[in-house]
Design a protein around this ligand. Structure first.
Ligand code: ASP
Length: 315
């Protein structure tokens, strides 16, 4: 029996202590702690890693503080296009959706793709029809609206920039990224899940790393489960999530060495910023990021959740 553990992230970026009032910081810390605790409870009750990451990401999508589901960022045209991916390390089965606007919880649609489709990735209208056929009620994209994200789009449009939701020069108050979860269950199974609204002011039709297996999400019981957040195009070009697994499998690197290599060397070499969360098959946890902060947390079953926002802050 392994020591079950879950880790989550709510995006990485230029997040500094100076931007946060104590009240606001508490909001984030509480949200992260509650979601880690929900994942721990599920794992403690014998739930699978797949169930734990799916539920943790669903909760993150429901929380307007984070850029996924409710609270997702806007495209250039003022619409929402959401991406999500889930992967089961035991079977290497994966499911993903991209560019969806009428699904409240894209991670649940990704899971339907994993469980009920011969395919791995469905996009746009096809993904929405498939989700509906499998019991996910369509929603109006209005439910994703938050004033904060709308204001963020106006700033980005005025500056003619496509902006990662956490990058300068977006107002500090509006810096949040993708969400994700990785878990190891009692039976030694790993799973990973990632969900995002993408980048503020992105072109309609743009898809980032989050729904791409091996880029923003990867899990294999043989070595590691990984979920990423950051400059999506660079995570795609470096196959960041799979690269960590490959460095461990072929290079014999430890979890710590592999994640440091990718996050601190390979991504920055292409101007990639962001971070990853990863759990290896022995239950080790790594949460490295090369940005100023990353909303993150983890917890072994039976322990109190440990969460952080800035550099070297875990509590
Ligand atoms: N990686 C995400 C994307 O490019 C954005 C983020 O993590 O903030 O779609």
């Amino acid at each position: 029996m392994s020591k079950a553990v879950i880790a989550i992230h709510g995006g990485a970026g230029a997040i500094t202590r100076a931007q946060f009032s104590p009240e606001k910081e508490r909001l984030y810390i509480n949200a992260l702690s509650e979601i880690v605790a929900a994942g721990q409870a599920l794992l403690e009750a014998g739930g699978s890693a797949l169930e734990a990451v799916s539920e943790a990401v669903r909760l993150l999508e429901e929380c307007p503080l984070f850029n996924a589901g409710i609270g997702a960022v806007f495209t250039h045209d003022g619409t929402h296009e959401l991406d999500a991916c889930i992967m089961d390390g035991k079977t290497l089965e994966a499911g993903a959706v991209a560019g969806v606007s009428h699904i409240r919880n894209p991670i649940l649609a990704a899971r339907k793709v994993l469980e009920h489709s011969p395919h791995v990735l469905l996009i746009g209208r096809g993904a929405e029809i498939f989700a509906q056929q499998h019991g996910l009620e369509p929603v109006s994209p209005d439910i994703f609206f938050t004033q904060q994200r709308w204001d963020q789009l106006q700033i980005a449009r005025a500056q003619r920039q496509t902006v990662l939701d956490h990058d300068e020069p977006i107002h500090p108050d509006t810096k949040f990224g993708t969400v994700g979860a990785v878990a190891l269950d009692k039976h030694g199974n790993l799973a990973a899940a990632t969900s995002t609204g993408g980048m503020t002011n992105k072109m309609v039709g743009r898809v980032g790393d989050s729904p791409i297996i091996g880029a923003g999400c990867y899990a294999n019981n043989a070595n590691v489960a990984v979920s990423c957040t950051g400059t999506g195009e660079v995570f795609m070009k470096t196959l960041a999530a799979y690269d960590i697994a490959a460095l461990m499998e072929y290079g014999g690197l430890s979890l710590h060495q592999a994640t440091e290599r990718v996050v601190m060397e390979k991504l920055p070499a292409l101007n990639g910023s962001g971070g990853i969360i990863a759990i290896d098959c022995a239950g080790n946890v790594a949460l490295p990021f090369n940005s100023e902060g990353m909303y993150r947390g983890y917890g072994y079953v039976g322990d109190a959740p440990s969460v952080g926002i800035y550099q070297s802050q875990e509590r």
